[in-house]
Ligand binder design. Sequence first.
Ligand SMILES: [Zn+2]
Length: 381
Amino acid sequence: MKMRYCKKCLQPDTRPGVVFDDECVCFACRYEESKATIDWDARRKELQEYVDYAKSEAKKRGNFYDCIVGVSGGKDSTFQAVYAKEKLGLNPLLINCMPDEITEIGRKNIDNLNRLGFDIISIRPNPIVAKKLARKSFFERGNIIAASEYCLWASAYIMAMKFNIPLIIQGENAALTLGAAKNQSTDGNAFSVMQLETIRGAKVDSFIDPENGITENDVSFYRIPTVEEMTEKGIKAIFLQYYAPEWSQVRNADFAIARGLTGRTDDLHDLGRYRRYTALDCDMQIPNQMIKYLKFGFGYATDEVCYDIREGRLSREDGKWYVNEYDGKCGQKYIDMACKYLDITESEFWEVVDKYVNRDLFKKENGKWVPKFTVGEDFES
Ligand SMILES: [Zn+2]
């Protein structure tokens, strides 16, 4: 197999759905370049049209709330909620889909957002079902949180339907920030999340497993409504990132910290990343990124480095150290947590993980998987 790196950042072309152009530059880098020439005034006007629509529709429907923001209480959702309320003058209803075994920091951050002056509805999906689905997706796909992501995405859309709220404000379009634009549109319309790899990967129907006690009703919070259903009810959905030129993961973190966001306090090597303000509400994201690294040759630190390179904080050369130092790392305590949560022994855990390791990219040395590739250099095996 071949693994190529973007010539501008350190993104490899092994990311599912990523687009590289003829000059071997990734779509996310091209989008970042294009920001200089985007007609932001035109986008601002477009955003204002959505805001006007939301306000007048809510009035017509007799709703106090004119928009929904799905929130974890993390950096991006804190930015979205405050931006919607303070800058756009909207009355958002915040929907929080709580991860199973939410972390203390996650709880704190949701409370913080609540205290900033928002109504929040927390959805707590059935933990017995959640655990069964986590085990299923771990054994069948080598991914602990794949099923829970359906719930996370679907909840805002489901609640917009139930409460008849005309606008959903999502955060970022991954096609633009990660470059995963192969099967997803790159505009501001957030109905395109139905095309996302993470949502499409498997159909919710495949979660139904009556022999294992999972019925169709058990997964109703995992099923995102269709575009047709939402359009029929006059519900629209947008990506704020497309309209707000200041959107940036690092800047959103600064913004949210200034409003009370709490980060993790671990050794950064245990987190496999070099910032403290991501994946705050769910510990399973940490071992999951390690598994992703072994599948595709990159983990979360690569994403962080790529944001830093694109936004001019780091050179491609200097970024390599961060990737080598942090990518794919995961503290033993997080592996222990994953085993406990999945109700398996550590040797069972590694047995499953080993099945998903990309052997073209990694080899085993002294019982540990080590990369055959060099970060930033095209690789062929
Ligand atoms: Zn790039």
